[in-house]
Design a binder for this molecule. Sequence first.
Ligand code: G6P
Length: 369
Amino acid sequence: EAIEKGGYEHFMLKEIFEQPRSIADSMRGRINTTDATLLLGGLGSYLDKIAKTKRIVIVACGTSWHAGLVGEYLLEELARINVEVEYASEFRYRNPIIKEGDIVIAISQSGETADTMAALELAKSKGAIILGVCNVVGSSIARITHAGVYTHAGPEIGVASTKAFTAQVTVLTLIAIAVAQKKGSISDQLYRELIFGLDAIPAKVEKILKNADKVKEISKLFTFASNFIFLGRGLNFPVALEGALKLKEISYIHAEGYPAAEMKHGPIALIDEDMPVVFIATKDSSYEKIVSNIQEVKARKGRVIAIVTEGDTLIPKMVDFTIEVPRTNDLLLPLLTSIPLQLISYYIAVLRGRNVDQPRNLAKSVTVE
Ligand code: G6P
């Protein structure tokens, strides 16, 4: 097992550090920067069908559901298709409105999650075209779907998903760009910016990981927290949800993820000097808004850790700690902002003496209802 961990203390840490490669592997052979092309062979003629549809339903559980929320935002923004993201377990137990020819996409690392599989079977029985974004080749979900795009994250051993999540987001970004290109709903300039932007992501993730020691130092100061709030807007909202889930899963600290503006409708009541609040506050279109959300938390003495864009000079003056991520196109931010949150959860859990690779009560793949 020590050999399998490749010198890392835990599989989770190894998998976090593998992300420059797993993201690159999930793009390899699919994007080509020489002639700025994008090819998703696994979708074949289904790409046409997605481009023609009026509605896509994404079904998933857990971390994969969070990746689905990122996918929703990207498909709506780039391809202008209405997307709904459903918990597979909820979808299957109502009478979902699915018509012949509707597109249902399942996202699943293992490809074996019982609820996701059952949701797909139901959708298929109603005549839907079912597609998969799976990590495990030949898994049940990969086999039942009409077509799909594999994530090439490699085997994920740690129960808390890390590299599978960023691989899912990578593949969903590729799908959204491909569909948008097919539909003609993306400008040439944005298309090229995204292709070249994606190509640069692995090196940027590497740069964030080089700073892991700083994240570890910050994490030390929060080891004894009993609650955490994670806030983000737009594409960084699902990242906030994922950050909170990760912390809950492995450190057993109660954490909530919220859209930053929604904070004033509830969570703000929880904020005092003992409440750590993680803001994902990159320089994107909601920057000004999130700065005012940070002010609201600081006015109530919350302790703020902010994930900021490299070179930001304003937010570091307002908050307790900052962790920088490199610049990228706004639409690619989740691939960067999720990394420091994985590290925060990991270090806090280790410092609390938790079994990070096999947290209590959780299973890598939930194959029962
Ligand atoms: C379990 C795992 C999670 C995972 C979820 C969905 O709860 O612990 O890490 O996100 O199942 O799994 P899937 O294999 O379908 O992505």
